[in-house]
Design a protein around this ligand. Structure first.
Ligand code: AMP
Length: 225
């Protein structure tokens, strides 16, 4: 199963993505997590990406597009993948579409989580990152995924921290500006695939209301798959 996942930062995209990853046993490819891993390891890619990420800007397409398209060609993606955080603009969408077609890879499902900007912002500011596994969902403002009372990861007890770019309101606003831009931004990328899905019975486009709690959104997602 090859799945694309869209949703504004803070919509629960990562949380729902990790549920799907377990259901279909596919690698969960998160562009933001790849950048953070590289920053953590001090790689050249990480050094190039950091300044953009800290400001809430997109890392330039020349860096991001080959990074993700190459990742999709790795062996563990042969039986499916779940792509989250890419494409983030229309150029990336077109390049992804071209690359999938060129390599004979089908796109099966596109998920778009719908959430208003204000709610998404509050959720981002409550998000906490587990030191042991970035896929462990923790958020101090969401009951279903609240950290433990002593502020450790609710899944494994690991140390938690807040991402710097999650606490900076102007960076969040910039990121949301990019997401909600339906002309050239991330919504434009989502709508590019929505149009493809409308023209092809092979691609299923699923819209999910991201306002309810994690469990309700998961139930809606599973019922629509
Ligand atoms: P995320 O974890 O998805 O919120 O991503 C964190 C940051 O990584 C973003 O704010 C961007 O700076 C960068 N990033 C992630 N995905 C992309 C992408 N597809 N294109 C460009 N930059 C990206």
């Amino acid at each position: 199963m090859n799945i694309l996942f869209f949703g504004p930062n803070g919509s629960g995209k990562g949380t729902q993505g990790s549920i799907l990853k377990d259901k279909y046993n596919t690698p969960h490819i998160e562009s933001g997590a790849i950048f953070r891993e590289n920053i953590g390891k001090g790689t050249e890619l990480g050094a190039k990406a950091k300044a953009f990420i800290d400001k809430g800007d997109l890392v330039p397409d020349e860096i991001t597009i080959p990074m993700i398209l190459d990742r999709l060609q790795q062996d563990d993606c042969k039986n499916g993948w779940l792509l989250d955080g890419f494409p983030r603009n229309k150029t990336q969408a077109i390049k992804l579409d071209e690359s999938l077609k060129a390599s004979g890879m089908a796109l099966d499902i596109v998920v778009e989580i719908l959430l208003d900007r204000e709610t998404a912002k509050n959720r981002i500011m409550g998000r906490r990152l587990c030191a042991k596994d970035p896929n462990h969902p923790n958020n101090i403002y969401i009951d279903a995924i609240k950290p433990t009372d002593d502020n450790k990861c609710r899944v494994c007890g690991g140390e938690l921290s807040a991402r710097g770019d999650d606490q900076d309101e102007s960076a969040i606003s910039k990121r949301h500006g990019i997401y909600y831009d339906a002309d050239t931004g991330t919504l434009a990328a989502a709508y590019y695939f929505r149009d493809l899905a409308a023209a092809s019975s092979d691609i299923k486009y699923i819209e999910l209301d991201g306002t309810p709690g994690v469990k309700e959104v998961t139930a809606e997602l599973v019922s629509k798959l």
